[in-house]
Design a protein around this ligand. Structure first.
Ligand code: ZN
Length: 489
């Protein structure tokens, strides 16, 4: 009696283990559907006829399980994850890993325990003929299964990203091909502030109910209400914004820094983003074209956090120089983890129960201050100037376990602030034309008075609303088709 009870209990745990793997694997790897639950269970059972097949299957699931915490939060593996894993500095990696704490980690351990348990299940005792039939079926169902596709994708993404990074490295040496470049500067100084991870919906400038941008809300300048970034993360977005791109393909060598050099401007690039390796990121490749470069994190990229405000300390001396200049300022802005970006800046908002949402709103409050200070510095300099600000992409913000994160499926991942402040505009002007960041080079050319065969200078006042497409990491998709998200307020 006792013996039977014991056996029943063990097989009960075995069933639990099988069910855990059956559900956790497809759900957490981003392949959630009924077919894949049955498929997973079938693979586990069919493999349980010989030791080699069983251990092979368990090993593959074990390897794939490392993706569980990421997949649970972001869904199926994509190229962007691989590229950012390769590109990311160790500080960002730590931020990323912190998102694992909690349920994702629990699921990972449950999966490991279940796999361990699975190994202990006795092999099915069936005769040789049926055993071969089971193995044939196992191969049959696995041949186009999600585990196989996932491994194939991972391998091809790794090769692709290595190839892309090498291409970028080579591209840094390719001269631009701009022709018939002429310059008729309207301003002595053009300042381009490249923001980071700022979703337009979260600025009171654009109607957010908490006043996190009190200065910008009334500031003199031209404000675009519907400016849409090219792509949902820095790596994909900046080359497409700053260089000539058709969406999928980008000629990184033909970028606005190279264009400004050609037109006789002296060019500066000030960055508070990681200088991972000299040519590791596309924005660094573009930055390398600037005549003068200041990487605040250079030499110590993996530990030191630098306040965006310290970039402004460099500005007065640069502005004083007599040449006409284009100065790029690359912020770390509101990049996750936003709490780390405040660096002592007061946190005045308690909008959400989630600390990082409140920090995010405060980081936008800090942006308001940053722009205000930059504007004052430019004004004090007495020379004419135009200052452009845009964010490279938006963010996903909600009340989930990881409330502030990159995403590519919602409008707020692309809808970003854009404005132009100049010494000669004294009113607050709003433009609601839909404008794509793929037109940035045209706007830049107009403000800097540079014409070239390749880029037609266009004023934001002359642009017409058009259908906007964004690059989501895999394809060009219609921005209007993306879902809107609930704004936390
Ligand atoms: Zn970014």
């Amino acid at each position: 009696m006792l013996q039977i009870k014991k056996t029943t209990r063990i097989s009960f745990y075995n069933i639990i283990a099988l069910l855990c793997i059956t559900f956790i694997m497809p759900i957490c790897l981003g392949y959630k559907n009924t077919g894949n639950y049955f498929l997973t269970l079938a693979i586990l059972l069919l493999a349980n006829v010989t030791k080699p097949s069983k251990y092979t299957v368990a090993f593959i699931f074990f390897i794939l399980s490392f993706y569980i915490p990421t997949g649970f939060q972001f869904g199926r593996l994509n190229y962007g994850f691989i590229i950012s894993a390769i590109e990311t500095d160790s500080h960002e990696t730590r931020e990323f890993l912190r998102g694992f704490i909690g349920l994702p980690l629990v699921l990972l351990f449950v999966c490991w325990l279940s796999l361990y348990r699975y190994l202990a299940i006795p092999l099915f005792k069936i005769n040789k003929k049926y055993r071969y039939l089971c193995l044939a079926l196992l191969i049959g169902v696995s041949i186009n299964s999600y585990p196989k596709r996932m491994i194939k994708d991972a391998v091809s993404y790794i090769f692709q990203s290595k190839k892309d990074l090498t291409t970028l490295k080579n591209e840094a040496f390719i001269p631009d091909t701009f022709s018939n470049v002429t310059a008729n500067p309207k301003y002595n100084n053009i300042i381009v502030v490249v923001g980071e991870s700022v979703a337009a919906n979260y600025l009171s400038l654009y109607g957010y109910p908490h006043d996190d941008t009190p200065w910008l809300r009334n500031a003199p300048g031209v404000f675009l209400e519907n400016y849409i970034s090219t792509a949902p993360n820095t790596f994909l977005s900046l080359p497409r914004t700053l260089a000539i791109s058709n969406g999928k393909e980008t000629s990184v060598n033909n970028n606005v820094v190279a264009l400004a050099n050609r037109a006789g401007y002296d060019t500066y690039w000030i960055s508070n983003q990681g200088f991972v390796g000299e040519y590791d990121t596309p924005s660094t490749v573009i930055a390398m074209r600037a005549n003068h470069r200041y990487f605040l994190k250079s030499g110590d990229y993996n530990s030191k956090l630098v306040d965006d405000f310290s970039m402004l300390d460099l500005l007065p001396n640069i502005l004083k120089k007599p040449e006409n200049k284009v100065i790029f300022i690359h912020m770390i802005g509101s990049h996750p983890d936003p709490c780390k970006r405040l660096m002592g800046y007061p946190q005045r908002f308690s909008v959400s129960g989630k600390k990082s949402v409140n920090c995010y709103i405060s980081s936008i409050n800090k942006l308001d201050d940053f722009i205000h200070r930059a504007y004052n510095i430019a004004k004090e300099n007495q020379k004419s100037f135009a200052m452009i600000y845009f964010s490279d992409h938006g963010m996903s913000i909600d009340n989930s376990d990881r409330p502030v994160r990159h995403g590519n499926a919602e409008k707020q991942n692309y809808h970003v602030p854009f404005f132009i402040l100049t010494n000669d505009v004294n009113k607050h002007i709003e433009i609601d034309t839909s404008i794509s960041a793929y037109q940035f080079a045209n706007i830049f050319s107009f403000l800097s008075g540079i014409s070239s065969q390749q880029i037609k200078p266009t004023s934001v006042f002359d642009m017409k609303s058009q259908k906007i497409e964004v690059f989501n990491g895999g394809n060009m998709v219609d921005y209007q088709d993306l879902s809107s998200s609930i704004i936390i307020h």
